[in-house]
Write a protein that binds this ligand. Structure first.
Ligand SMILES: Cc1cc2nc3c(=O)[nH]c(=O)nc-3n(C[C@H](O)[C@H](O)[C@H](O)COP(=O)(O)O)c2cc1C
Length: 242
């Protein structure tokens, strides 16, 4: 599969937005979350979601995933922080954000549970992406990740690309403010974990780091999407603080 068409190089790590299917009986919803991926030498892709994420559950259940390359940093904020669930407009968001691509079962060799993959199936993707890699998980290994918040259980999935699509031309270079905005979103997801673990020291430390980065960005940034992202992170902090 030609990943180079999207400029992705073997051995490198990228941040993408992973869209998966959440099937509960006949009720199917789509889920998106930023995730890191690594492009392997054989053209396969590795992704390591924490066991606590919906992305991990969905991959275990049906193995279907699209890796979306988006230009707007605000997408990372809304898909990482799930504020829309709390504000209760996820249904509408679903309809507006996604489209689906049809596939046949013949090109699937998945070792994962695939009972619910029928003869033809579809994989959702984000309409606003400039590039999408449609994949199926063919292998899963448990791993333990260690970071400042302690060790956490993660699953490493090996993804086989089924189709690589360039939806539109993108010459987007992530600039300094957007880079810092993405770091702020990652910190906000850690803040959620510190809160869950009731680790007040860590919570305050992460909060301080977020506020420092926000103050720094404000000094030079003129990018509306970055400001929207910061506002979203601040709303998120207010919600988890109450
Ligand atoms: C740039 C970026 C990269 C991320 N990479 C990962 C990752 O590789 N694995 C992971 O479990 N979470 C990662 N996260 C955090 C998840 O996106 C976040 O926990 C999200 O709420 C999970 O959503 P889900 O439960 O719908 O899957 C990342 C967040 C950002 C902003």
């Amino acid at each position: 599969m030609n990943l180079e068409k999207l400029g992705l190089k073997e051995g490198l790590l990228y941040e993408i937005i992973a869209t998966t299917l959440n099937k509960k009986g006949k009720n199917i919803t789509f889920n998106s979350a930023p995730m890191g991926i690594r492009v392997l030498e054989n053209g396969f892709i590795e992704i390591s979601p924490y066991l606590s994420t919906q992305t991990c559950n969905n991959l275990k259940e049906n193995g279907l995933i699209s890796l979306n390359l988006v230009e707007n940093v605000f997408f990372y904020a809304i898909t990482a922080l799930k504020l829309e669930n709390r504000l209760n407009f996820s249904g509408k968001l679903n309809e507006k954000l996604y489209e689906s691509k049809e596939f046949n079962k013949e090109n699937i060799e998945s070792n994962l549970k695939k009972n619910d993959i029928t003869k033809s199936f579809s994989i959702p993707y984000l309409k606003d992406s400039w590039g999408v890699i449609f994949c199926v998980a063919i292998e899963e290994k448990p791993i333990i990740k260690k970071d400042v918040l302690g060790s956490s259980n993660t699953a490493k999935f090996l993804l086989k690309p089924l189709l690589v699509e360039k939806i539109k031309e993108s010459h987007k270079l992530i600039n300094r403010a957007e880079n810092i905005a993405i770091e702020i979103i990652i910190l906000a997801t850690r803040l959620k974990v510190a809160k869950k673990l009731n680790n007040k020291v860590m919570f305050e430390k992460i909060l301080k780091e977020i506020n420092k980065k926000i103050e720094y960005i404000k000094r030079f940034c003129k990018n509306e999407d970055v400001f929207k992202t910061i506002k979203h992170v601040q709303d998120f902090i207010n919600i988890i603080n109450n």
